[in-house]
Design a protein around this ligand. Structure first.
Ligand code: G16
Length: 517
């Protein structure tokens, strides 16, 4: 039966911690390239409000949301916040205006804005159990981070959400934790142990297939500048999983120096020089992270002691050449594309287009823009010149790679190249396990991937007189979702939830589904 009900739009919550986080007079803040950033003393009220927003976003997307407390490469005295969701992506640009207006809203305005969001964003008014609205919090090593993370958690609980604070984590680790929670473990265990395990196993498998340079057999000595931030202790933890397959000397590990001061990726990039105190030697490789370890740059000196920076443009070049080579060996006809910003060195763009014959896109500054573009490509290589980036492998590519790997009738060299591509995809970005959906019982029950049917049934039980199933289309490159329930609104909601499950658990095709309208 189709029945339309009026949506309730009032906030029925006390916001009991709100009075502890008044907006200081004369302070307004804009959501910037990657969230809010300011002197830490000006941020408690923003953090509380981002806790509220994270729950609203969790209600809207039915996903676990991440809140990283960090000001990245900024000085120690600053702090900031990055919101992440889904498969680890940043908060969508369309919600940044909500973040900006929440950030400066006094209590009365805040209640009005929360109600407006309930009214304007269908799905946020859902009355599902509170534990669905779960927020994962991470902190960098700044002295202010603990207190600001607590402000986030107060915002979360004031709207009936739950949270888990992982304490010290890098930004990429929180991306992984959010993505692995949302994929219900399919991309890896949703824990730091799962993260280290996944990366170290992919690295070892990839290196087992590589041919070492003469004189470098067995180990690849690297010196890593941790920017006196969270990346240093986290690299030490990762190394304990690597055993003897990776050797890294960590400097600027935070024991004595100041965060991002005369060290770190930004310092090295801007000055085109080594971090202070580092004596570089020819024949060694060096790298620097930033304060939350989501930028990475390499550098070395040549015989004449001249400094050479391997920035994001050069990392893109190396990755594109490596992947192109493997695609050729694996006899795969896929296109590698490169996504850059206006900061990219013009000669790198020229080299991609004229020599490597690759498609190049130029997007505004911010990984959120580059990531979205790279997702549209077969293989999207994106690194900003400052060292932010990754490589995304599309579903078609990974399916074909898996097919070749498993086909014992194929030549050994072809299968080896496909295997290297697979491990590369796992190491550089924690992509979904994109196995196809198979069904039984007149297409009413999913048999593959594991867990999808049980998850659908669990969602169905939350609605009255409900039924839902999914099946791969026989005519189009998509998965079809069917849902029915007592009311139209409930059926729409169920359809959206099931579509999200398909997206998360089976690597759904096309755009990520949005809440029903
Ligand atoms: C953030 C973004 C990056 C961007 C950088 C600089 O990095 O995640 O994508 O390149 O800001 O942005 P702007 O030039 O606007 O300051 P991070 O490392 O600071 O979080």
């Amino acid at each position: 039966m189709a029945m339309h009900t009026r949506r309730r739009v009032e906030m029925d919550t006390e916001l009991q911690n709100a009075n502890a986080y008044p907006v200081p007079s004369g302070i307004t803040m804009e959501y910037g390239t990657a969230g809010f950033r300011a002197p830490a003393c000006n941020l408690p009220h923003v953090m509380y409000r981002m806790g509220l927003l994270a729950v609203m976003r969790a209600r809207y997307t039915r996903e676990v949301i991440g809140v990283m407390v960090t000001a990245s490469h900024n000085p120690e005295e600053d702090n900031g916040v990055k919101l992440m969701e889904g498969m680890g992506e940043m908060l969508p640009v369309s919600w940044e205006r909500h973040a900006t207006s929440f950030a400066s809203a006094h209590l009365g305005e805040l209640r009005t804005q929360l109600s407006a969001l309930l009214r304007d964003c269908p799905g946020t008014e859902s009355s599902s159990p509170a534990q669905k609205y779960h927020v994962l919090i991470g902190e960098d090593t700044r002295a202010s981070s603990k207190m600001l993370a607590q402000a986030v958690s107060h915002g979360v609980t004031d709207l009936g959400g739950t949270f888990k604070n992982f304490g010290l984590v890098t930004t990429p680790q929180l991306h992984y934790l959010v993505a692995s929670h949302n994929s219900e473990g399919l991309i890896g265990e949703p824990s730091l142990d799962g993260y280290y395990h996944k990366l170290s196993e992919a690295y070892k498998a990839l290196m087992a297939q590589s041919k070492p340079q003469p004189g470098n057999e067995g180990s690849y000595p690297l010196t890593m500048d941790g920017a006196n931030g969270v990346g240093a202790p986290k690299m030490a933890e990762l190394l304990s999983y690597m055993k003897h397959s990776l050797s890294v000397k960590i400097i600027n590990n935070g024991e004595s120096g100041k965060l991002n001061h005369e060290c770190g990726a930004d310092y090295v990039k801007i000055g085109q020089r080594a971090p202070k105190g580092l004596q570089m030697r020819e024949g060694r490789i060096y790298c620097s992270l930033d304060g939350d370890a989501d930028r990475l740059l390499y550098y070395f000196v040549d015989k004449s002691d001249t400094f050479h920076l391997v920035d994001g443009d050069k990392i893109s070049t190396l990755m594109a050449i490596f992947i192109q080579h493997l695609l050729k060996e694996a006899q795969l006809p896929f296109q590698v594309s490169v996504v850059q910003t206006a900061y990219a060195n013009g000669s790198s763009t020229h080299y991609f287009e004229e020599t490597l014959l690759l498609q190049v896109y130029c997007l505004p500054t911010g990984v959120k823009y580059l990531h979205a573009k790279a997702k549209e490509c077969d293989i999207g290589v994106y690194f900003e010149a400052n060292g932010h980036g990754t490589v995304l492998f599309g579903k078609r590519v990974l399916d074909k790679v898996a097919e070749i790997m498993q086909d014992s009738g194929r030549p050994e060299a072809q299968r080896a190249a496909a295997t290297q591509l697979y491990h590369t995809s796992q190491l550089i970005n924690q992509v979904m396990d994109r196995q196809r959906i198979t069904t039984t019982d007149a297409e009413r029950r999913v048999t593959h991937p594991d867990g999808l049917q049980a998850a659908i049934e669990e969602r169905v039980h939350r609605h009255l007189q409900a039924r839902a199933f999914v099946r791969p289309s026989g005519t189009e490159d998509m998965v079809r979702v069917y849902a029915e329930a007592e009311t139209q609104e409930s059926a729409d909601c169920l359809a959206h939830e099931v579509a999200l499950l398909v997206h998360r658990l089976a690597g759904g095709v096309g755009e990520e589904p949005r809440a029903p309208s």
